[in-house]
Design a protein around this ligand. Sequence first.
Ligand SMILES: NC(=O)c1ccc[n+]([C@@H]2O[C@H](COP(=O)([O-])OP(=O)(O)OC[C@H]3O[C@@H](n4cnc5c(N)ncnc54)[C@H](OP(=O)(O)O)[C@@H]3O)[C@@H](O)[C@H]2O)c1
Length: 284
Amino acid sequence: MNSNKNCHNQLIKIFPNFSESISLKNLFLNQNLRKLGTHLRPFVYANFITSLDGRISLVHSKIKDHVVPETIANKRDWRLFQELATQADGILVSGRYMRQLAKNTAQDGFPVSTKSSYQDLIKWRISQGLSPQPAIIIISSSLDFTLSEKLLNSDRSIYVAIGSNGNLEKIRRFEEKGIRIIIAGSNIQVEGRQLITALGQARMSTIYMAAGSQVFHTLIKDHQIDRLYLTHALKLLGGTHFDTLLSGDQLALPAEFKLHALYYDKKSSENEINQLFAIYDRCS
Ligand SMILES: NC(=O)c1ccc[n+]([C@@H]2O[C@H](COP(=O)([O-])OP(=O)(O)OC[C@H]3O[C@@H](n4cnc5c(N)ncnc54)[C@H](OP(=O)(O)O)[C@@H]3O)[C@@H](O)[C@H]2O)c1
């Protein structure tokens, strides 16, 4: 492992084959996720960073809202997050995230980031014959969010997914702005299987779940998550108001996973953290 912080780009691969030096850059891009899905059966993957005590979010002392804990969010994990988004036809986000974006309390805008350090990823999409940015699919039952002019004027496709009892007036207002509506659910809530089938019919074959524990539950309970990318930040955080990666009703059958790969990212400077990048595949 290179201990020089200026060239620190290496990880230790622990599983399946041990290797002392693997490059962080393009680690997830090289997984070729686009080969794993079809329009008939899209490949659906989720990604979280969690503390050792299972926190994916904590209440921020100033913002007074749940956000990814600042003490675990880090650039190296963020690079991999962007690489996952790069391979997606569509990215699932929540209505709540849209409200956070409007208040400027969300972690960042939508991936793929247009910052200079991620330009290689946008170029990669174009080289694959893809649009520069994946579509955004907003899952909401309240439809209680607005879309910024910047997003509406971008060339990104935008979908809103809702159950069949969604508010018709709000749906009409979104449609007038050119947003595509997906009805996926027999009541007001979106149902996982119907959602993924509809996105496949919309010609999507790789779908990235970038929302939180409720959307994850919606998909897990309908057996729609194929792979989980989980960054274990090796820190204990505590705190009494937090989210874990799955919320909602207890699953009738636990969702079982197997280890696909595991990497150790050892910190080489004070502003980095020790973390494990784990990849889990859903057992069929
Ligand atoms: N550490 C990490 O890697 C990570 C990753 C993602 C998120 N997070 C954190 O997790 C917390 C929650 O994230 P989040 O709000 O984006 O995600 P979420 O908890 O999955 O989504 C909540 C919102 O999504 C909508 N929703 C969820 N399931 C639905 C369904 N089946 N049908 C219709 N609408 C549904 C609802 O929106 P409406 O209220 O509009 O109806 C609901 O309020 C945040 O603090 C976030 O920072 C952490």
